[in-house]
Design a protein around this ligand. Structure first.
Ligand SMILES: Cc1cc2nc3c(=O)[nH]c(=O)nc-3n(C[C@H](O)[C@H](O)[C@H](O)COP(=O)(O)OP(=O)(O)OC[C@H]3O[C@@H](n4cnc5c(N)ncnc54)[C@H](O)[C@@H]3O)c2cc1C
Length: 388
């Protein structure tokens, strides 16, 4: 038996460790197309941009960890095809590697706007360490930075850039920030907090192109016909799951590679974990693609348990966090099925929580700003049958 893991990201690194912890001594190989050991992406929009963070503090584990546990790493190697009949994968260099069990942990990539000029110097996305290093080089006090997209990554980078003394404008197509992922009270609070730090917003505004000067992006053209000048632009408009390998191999895919609660795909010998999957959410009776470390780690445990025939982990309530300035936003659960919200605490004091309830008064989700006790209490209560 040999286990191949495609993708040396958070999920890929975690599942290799989980497999060894679960007791398998099968050969394990992780194939990753980035040149780095598996690392954490959350610091890339936060600590990595703000200071001198060494790779050792974002890497999941040191190189010796993998060597000591006979986990082989094939870095800088892209997998280009999966042959399910032959149970083998092909790498970009033409090499073929056999597997008994395959784990797809291919993650997601930054979504593009699809506009001419997006490839210009001065226009960046943020998904990898290489991206973060390019953005970091452009964080220069007094220079103009336009962030396209008022989601978590856009706002975290905006906060990091303001702390560096940049002039920051965020362009958002929707009427409020974090529209897809947070409630209106959180959106309003975040907007006010950023504005107090000097960030300017253009809401309900699309981007139609880039203003080019000397082969560089010098500004962003907006749907209202105006141009916002920029020394650097970040396109932070979400992520797309890397499902191409799975789809080409004929695996069932929806908004991600379709998996069950064992993280198993439509092929019994192939598992998929992390940002590339569309997974069941047992607390909510539906399926969705989650982009979070917590979900990637949970699915890594599910896959390892199924592969090693150990006890399946108890399904977790989804959770997420975002750090901006001195704010810690923690979210437990999803507002799917919620019919009302209740705001507790005082937003003016920068410490409050928004609780989401369904029609039977059961707690579905809690969003907490600098309120860890409310977050923890909410996380423990979500999914329980009792009304709150
Ligand atoms: C800037 C940023 C900030 C974030 N902040 C937070 C946060 O605060 N909290 C939180 O919970 N989550 C956060 N996230 C999301 C979190 O990082 C992801 O949910 C997590 O990384 C998912 O892990 P993954 O292993 O599924 O995917 P990834 O970490 O994307 O890893 C997938 C890896 O597979 C590689 N790969 C893809 N295709 C192939 C192939 N064919 N061959 C070989 N290798 C391949 C990719 O290059 C990549 O290295 C953030 C993400 C970003 C980008």
């Amino acid at each position: 038996m040999s286990i191949l893991i495609i993708g040396a990201g958070h999920a890929g690194g975690a599942v290799a460790a989980n497999l060894r912890q679960a007791g398998t001594d099968a050969p394990i190989t992780i194939i990753g197309d980035e040149p780095y050991l598996p690392y954490q992406r959350p610091p890339l929009s936060k600590a990595w941009l703000k200071g001198d963070v060494a790779f050792s503090s974002v890497g999941l584990r040191p190189e010796t960890y993998y060597a000591q546990r006979s986990i082989s790493l094939r870095l800088d190697s892209r997998t280009v095809a999966v042959d399910r009949a032959a149970r083998a994968v092909t790498l970009a260099n033409g090499e073929t590697l056999p597997y008994s069990t395959l784990i797809l942990a291919t993650g997601a990539r930054a979504r593009r706007l699809g506009l001419a000029g997006e490839e210009l110097s001065g226009v960046h996305a943020l998904r990898t360490i290489a991206d973060a290093d390019r953005v970091k080089t452009g964080l220069i006090a007094g220079q103009r930075f336009v962030v396209i997209g008022g989601g978590y990554v856009g706002l975290e980078v905006a906060a990091s850039a303001r702390l560096k003394g940049m002039d920051v404008v965020v362009i958002e197509r929707e009427a409020r920030l974090l529209a897809r992922v947070a409630s209106p009270p959180i959106s309003a609070f975040m907007q006010q907090y950023h504005e107090r730090q000097g960030v300017r917003f253009r809401l309900e505004t699309g981007v139609t192109g880039f203003d080019v000067r000397d082969g560089r992006a010098a500004g962003v053209q907006l749907s209202d016909g105006t141009i916002v000048q920029a020394d650097m632009v970040l396109v932070g408009v979400g992520a797309m799951p890397n499902t191409e390998l799975a789809a080409a191999a004929g695996l069932a895919c929806g908004n991600g590679i379709a998996v069950d609660l064992d993280a198993r795909t439509s092929d019994a010998n192939i598992f998929a974990i992390g940002d590339c999957t569309e997974r069941p959410l047992p607390h909510y009776g539906c399926r969705a693609r989650l982009e979070s470390v917590a979900s990637a780690l949970e699915q890594a445990r599910q896959a390892a348990a199924a592969i090693c025939s150990t006890k399946a982990p108890v399904p977790e309530v989804p959770w997420f966090w975002s750090d901006q300035y001195d704010l810690k936003l923690q979210i437990a659960g999803l507002s799917i099925g919620a019919t009302r919200i209740d705001v507790r605490g005082d937003a003016a004091q920068g410490k409050f929580a928004v609780a989401h309830f369904d029609e039977r008064d059961r707690l579905c989700a809690v969003e907490a700003v600098n309120a860890p006790a409310e977050y923890m209490a909410g996380r423990a209560t979500i999914g329980k049958e009792r009304a709150v």
